[in-house]
Design a protein around this ligand. Structure first.
Ligand SMILES: C[S@@+](CC[C@H](N)C(=O)[O-])C[C@H]1O[C@@H](n2cnc3c(N)ncnc32)[C@H](O)[C@@H]1O
Length: 231
C-alpha cells in the first residue's frame, strides 16, 4: 500500500481540530478560497463529478460541493474521515467519503471523474508517482487533475519548514519532511509518465507580515499544477 502509517497517524491525532480555523489546520482554511476559485475557474465545478484524493476533514471537498459539484472524498486516515462525515451534519452539504487509497479506487472506478483534486497530499506519501498515476486513471479522458505540493530547494526548506514550523508556528513541528518535497519538474514528469499533459503551474505565497496568501508566478515554495488527461 502506498501509505506511510506515521504520516496518517499525525493527521488522525489532530483530526478533531480539523474544522477549527485557528488550529493546526489554519493554513488549509486560509488557502482554501484561493485554490477553490482557481480550480473552479479552470474546470467549472458546477455539475461535475469530482474526486478529492487525501481529502482529510473535507475543507476543499465541501467547498467544491457548495459550488455545485458531485464530490467524493477519499483518505486513509479513518479519524479524519469521521470528522469529515460529522461536519456534513452541521453544514448540510453532500460529499461521499470513503476510506480507500487512490490506487484501489482506480481499479474499482477507472475514468469515473470529470475532475480529480489531490492537494497537499503528495508530500506525505512514500510513492507520489503512484498516486499521480492513480489520479490519471481515475479521471475521464479530457478531464482535469489538480495537484498542490511543496517545491524542494533551500528557499522552500527555509520557508516551509524553518519558517512555518519553527519561527511562525503555523504548522506543528515535523509536519513536513524536506526529502518528500517535489520539484515542479519532477511532478510534471510523473504527470507525463501517467498520460497527463501539464496545462499550468502557479505559485502560492505567504506574506508573513500581512499574513495573507496569494497566487502568483513564484513557485519556489508552494505551487499548484493543473493537468489534463489526453482523450
Ligand atoms: C495536509 S492534509 C491535506 C488535506 C486536504 N487535501 C486539504 O488540502 O485540505 C494531507 C492528507 O493526506 C492524507 N493522506 C496521507 N497519506 C495518504 C494516502 N496514502 N492515501 C490517502 N490519503 C493520504 C492525510 O490523511 C491527510 O488527510
Amino acid at each position: 500500500m502506498n501509505a506511510d502509517e506515521v504520516e496518517l497517524q499525525k493527521f488522525a491525532a489532530l483530526a478533531h481540530r480539523w474544522w477549527d480555523p485557528n488550529s493546526e489546520f489554519k493554513p488549509l482554511h486560509d488557502i482554501n478560497p484561493l485554490r477553490l476559485d482557481w480550480i473552479d475557474r479552470q474546470a467549472g465545478l458546477a455539475g461535475k463529478k469530482v474526486l478529492d484524493v487525501g481529502c482529510g476533514g473535507g475543507i476543499l471537498a465541501e467547498a467544491m460541493a457548495e459550488r455545485g459539484a458531485e464530490v467524493m472524498g477519499i483518505d486513509l486516515a479513518e479519524k479524519a474521515l469521521k470528522v469529515a462525515r460529522l461536519h456534513l451534519l452541521e453544514s448540510g452539504r453532500r460529499v461521499a467519503y470513503r476510506l480507500i487509497s487512490a490506487e484501489a479506487l482506480a481499479e474499482e472506478m477507472p475514468a469515473a471523474f470529470d475532475v480529480v483534486t489531490c492537494m497537499e497530499m503528495l508530500e506525505h506519501v512514500p510513492d507520489p508517482a503512484s498516486t499521480v498515476h492513480a489520479c490519471a486513471r481515475l479521471v475521464k479522458p479530457g478531464g482535469a487533475v489538480f495537484f498542490s505540493t511543496i517545491n524542494r530547494n533551500p528557499k522552500s526548506y527555509l520557508f516551509a519548514i524553518i519558517g512555518a514550523e519553527y519561527v511562525l508556528g503555523l504548522l506543528p513541528r515535523g509536519t513536513h519532511d524536506y526529502a518528500k518535497f517535489l520539484k515542479p519538474s519532477e511532478l510534471s514528469r510523473f504527470c507525463r509518465e501517467a498520460g497527463l499533459t501539464v496545462m499550468e503551474i502557479i505559485g502560492m505565497s505567504y506574506n508573513p507580515f500581512t499574513r495573507v496568501y496569494s497566487l502568483g508566478s513564484d513557485t519556489d515554495v508552494n505551487y499548484l499544477l493543473q493537468a489534463r488527461r489526453e482523450a
